[in-house]
Design a protein around this ligand. Structure first.
Ligand code: GTP
Length: 319
């Protein structure tokens, strides 16, 4: 009998902590052969840069509106995987922040796929701080919760304990079948991974999921930024924008070059928090790019924003 690859699907809205969780899971199973599929919403692979290299192989799926058109690309990667000489022990799939987990995981119910892939669990990360706002605005997030086996209510360090508990109760009322836990930086008791339990996806009523229509209003805009930014100016412009457009601009991430610093640094926002960290870009050959993800966002508006963030001297020479 062929070895079957244990497969885990990690879902959760933009910035909820999926990559953070993936890094934990990879370091936990360091002694095994681990493959990762990263699915970035949009065309640029910033996420792949952020995964700590505790995996043996990384595949990327970067095409278009992930909630609609991923199936074929995923199947191609799975076929590639099983045709190789060595099969991994574990496969971790980090879905994009707007992925339809149910649809993705349904691929693993196919007879020809079951033969090689032993689907374990759908783990959904929820950002405790933003959950209430986002679940109203983004139907995709509701679908992710309904279709999960284990839901980790993450970022509990950013909210009051009572509030975190109330988010947990609300999530349990949306999906009473899932296990739930409160976490910080994705750290949870691995016993919650009950490998003997059958995934919820085998029990779920697909029509219930289909009734929650995806909004299809999400857009990912990648902007190449071959400029030198002034740290304070960039911070001021981006943090004002995420504050003003809190209900539209859900995530910024990417690497930029700052004046006076040798290496590019990581810029990212979740909710109304912006960080310009000193986490440097690992891969020097990758372009400097900022990705903006949101609802009904327009490239022209993003270009204006970048324009405002460029220091005045450079502005004259580059735009
Ligand atoms: N304060 C706090 N920050 C967290 C926690 N978990 C993750 N973060 C931070 O939140 C940001 C987003 O985390 P990621 O793990 O990249 O989130 P993600 O879901 O993979 O993001 P996307 O792939 O863009 O959807 C990073 O800066 C993390 O360090 C947490 O429990 N508390």
């Amino acid at each position: 009998m062929t070895k079957r690859i244990k497969t885990y699907l990690l879902t959760g809205f933009l910035g909820a902590g999926k990559t953070t969780l993936l890094n934990h899971l990879l370091s936990r199973s360091k002694s095994e052969l681990n493959y990762v599929i990263e699915n970035e919403f949009g065309k640029s692979s910033v996420d792949a840069e952020l995964v700590i290299k505790n995996y043996n192989k990384l595949f990327e799926l970067n095409n278009g509106c992930i909630c609609c058109s991923l199936d074929n690309e995923l199947i191609e990667v799975l076929v590639q995987m099983i045709q190789a000489d060595t099969l991994p022990d574990n496969l971790f799939i980090e879905a994009s922040g707007v992925a339809d987990a149910g649809q993705l995981a349904s691929i693993f119910k196919r007879e020809d796929v079951i033969q090689y892939f032993d689907f374990q669990q759908v783990v959904c990360m929820v950002d405790a701080e933003n959950f209430e706002d986002r679940v109203q605005e983004v139907p995709e997030m509701f679908r992710q919760i309904v279709a999960s086996d284990l839901i980790l209510i993450n970022k509990t360090d950013l909210v009051q304990e009572k509030y975190a508990e109330s988010v947990k109760s609300e999530i349990e009322s949306i999906n009473p079948l899932a296990k739930t836990a409160l976490t910080t930086f994705g750290k949870f008791d691995f016993d919650l991974f009950d490998s003997s339990a059958e995934s919820i996806l085998t029990k779920i009523d697909q029509s219930k999921l289909d009734a929650i229509k995806p909004a299809h209003r999400m857009k990912s805009i990648a902007m190449e930024v071959p400029f030198e930014f002034d740290r304070d100016q960039l911070y001021a412009v981006l943090s004002t924008s995420i504050f003003l457009y809190y209900h539209q601009l859900y995530r910024i991430k990417g690497f930029v070059k700052l004046k006076g610093e040798d290496q590019a640094v990581l810029v990212q926002s979740t909710g109304n928090k912006l960080t310009i960290s000193n986490q440097y870009k690992k891969n020097e050959s990758q372009k400097l790019v900022l990705i903006f993800i949101g609802r009904d966002i327009e490239r022209k508006g993003i270009e204006r924003l970048i324009h405002n963030a460029i220091s005045s001297k450079l502005k004259a020479s580059t735009i």
